[in-house]
Design a protein around this ligand. Sequence first.
Ligand SMILES: Cc1ncc(COP(=O)(O)O)c(C=O)c1O
Length: 410
Amino acid sequence: MTQLDIEFVRNQFPAFSEPSLKDFAHFENAGGSYACRQMIDALHHYYSATKVQPYYGFEPSMGAGVKMTRGRERMASWLNVGADEVHFGASTSQNSYVVAQALREYLEVGDEVIVTNQDHEANIGVWRRLEAAGIVIREWRVNPETAELEDEGLDALLNEKTRVVAFTHCSNIVGSINPVSKWADKIHAAGALAFVDGVSYAGHGLPDVDALGADIYFFSLYKVYGPHLGVMVMREAVNQALPSQGHFFNAGSATSRFTPAGPDHAQIASVNGVIDYFEALDAHHFGDSETLLSSKTDRVGALIHNAEIVNLEPLLAFLNERKGVKLIGKTVTEHRAPTLAFTVAGIDPADIAAKLAAQRIGVANGNCYAYRLMEALGIPPEQGVVRLSFVHYTSANEVRRLIEALKIII
Ligand SMILES: Cc1ncc(COP(=O)(O)O)c(C=O)c1O
């Protein structure tokens, strides 16, 4: 098994050599990751050399257009979908909002949409609002003991009126990696569409969306080493079925139909930088990829996953054993992302976060917009949890420092 070269990885992130961030330990990656050098360079180049309206016949404009087209194509290749199936919007919340407007026109009174109470609100609230248009909303609830979504919950709700099921690949609180393809199969067998929130998954390795079977897959590049941009994969058949939300004269252009706000050209061009980073990871660790049997998406995903598990083990062990700590979600590393949320009897999460911040360790506290999940778990949403989240560039030293700091605080 190829091991991640952590020194190589950290050298790709200017944050690790930024003087003002010296000794700062970043454990809020589920909120936003550091940006890779390749993306910053691509953004800088766009603004310096090609900041004109793209896709005209003059040189800087053509240069801008080429970069934007390549960014989309290369991202599509990593996600294993067609280039016209990749849509860039301001954020995931914006992308789901636009799709909900399309559903408002497309669905009929009495049609049913299933939402969960495990998701971030970006993949719940917009669908729930369809109730005002006569759509019946059903809630697939987590088991309050485990915080997990279970097959039986979905089975009990699916019926011939179900049109859409919106669920998460990985909750930003529970951290479990949900069995998307199994659930997508069930949803398709019922004649419905699977809308999957991959925001808390994609930073741990870009997904093979085709293999997952999602009809729509959302994620946000500011958590995947890139700019503040939402990526939405919408499969071609769904694109053709849903009514366009763009300008009427653009209805024939697949990638203009669901991004009415207009794309941020520079950020789309900078997608190349994110892909350059993933390709650098691949080339550094696997060399001549032509000779390998696995896909680049799978092998880089496995590389990242294996590195994360090594750091996840001691942190999980510490939280599992510490008296007074109530960890949400799985106590084992299997099918778990390194996103660990917990409460501590008698201590406000905000106090824990503040004490860690005083030691230059950044973590999240609060409900992290998983408001309904807090309610389902009996946690006051205003107070919420402490959330520790890391990615593959996090070092074993940083994890040790976090554990030592937590030992004193808790
Ligand atoms: C799991 C999850 N889904 C959706 C979102 C919303 O993403 P965006 O900020 O791009 O709207 C977030 C943001 O934190 C998230 O963590």
